[in-house]
Design a binder for this molecule. Sequence first.
Ligand SMILES: Nc1nc(=O)c2c([nH]1)NC[C@@H]1CN(c3ccc(C(=O)N[C@@H](CCC(=O)O)C(=O)O)cc3)CN21
Ligand SMILES: CC(C)C(=O)C(=O)O
Ligand SMILES: [Mg+2]
Length: 273
Amino acid sequence: MSDSTAPRRATTLHRLREMHRAGEKIAMLTCYDATFAGVLDDAGVDCLLVGDSLGMVLQGRETTLPVTVADIAYHVACVARGNRHAWLLADLPHGSYHASPQQALHTACELTRAGAHMVKLEGGATWAVETVRFLVERDIPVCAHLGLTPQSVHALGGWRVQGRQAAQAQALLAQAKALRDAGAAMLVLELVPSALAAEVAQALDIPVIGIGAGAGCGGQVLVLHDMLGLNAGSAPRFVRNFMEGSTSIPEAVQAYVRAVKAGRFPEEGVHTY
Ligand SMILES: Nc1nc(=O)c2c([nH]1)NC[C@@H]1CN(c3ccc(C(=O)N[C@@H](CCC(=O)O)C(=O)O)cc3)CN21
Ligand SMILES: CC(C)C(=O)C(=O)O
Ligand SMILES: [Mg+2]
């Protein structure tokens, strides 16, 4: 934990690497507007992600696939106005980076113009690795995303845990290393068994941020609405409602940050696979 008397500085990529080397867990939440950006930033959330999950939680769609670059850019601009310290990531939405590295660069620049510090893209196939390299060579920080990649939900056959079979697990580990070698500065691992996530996190020197991937990761991310209990009944198992035991939203977000930093969330066997 940093000295609470020192003025808080903006979270940079350099600072995230320092935190990771020092073993401090990184707390990330999704965020889609200026008011919540201020609340999350004040509560000590290190990274805000304008996720394409906004298609589901804000737009009411069944999947993230219909989300456009304009949708993400609009919410990035909103979040950037309310944020003061947090590192700001934006998802590259479905179909906005698959055609070519040039298309990915064009999309990434739209989002950096809107205020994003880093872009996140899904997948670990050769084309995705090449796209990561292309962006990083042009000084755009990139976060990779493996495991359950929601933009592939139809190809994967649903919201299913990934990497349960040994061959799948080895492929995921190899893809993670290739993405790191291509310059990805962060990796999100979604819905994978805890043991595999811990193995990946240990094999890489970059922060691995888990969602449904166990406490062996270098940090955690949740969808904001889920951790505020707004998805009750239909929330996946890896979600914890931090409004339980809190009397306000800022308090719930602080509880999330504390639980992540202390390694108390996620709990093995409760929120894990
Ligand atoms: N509100 C929200 N939260 C999320 O975490 C989220 C989204 N939306 N949208 C995009 C994806 C979809 N996600 C999901 C959705 C459902 C499950 C789910 O029901 N999983 C089962 C496990 C299935 C298995 O064992 O293979 C579960 O019981 O948790 C998981 C992730 C994660 N992402
Ligand atoms: C859940 C996170 C990792 C995400 O990609 C999103 O919110 O879109
Ligand atoms: Mg996403």
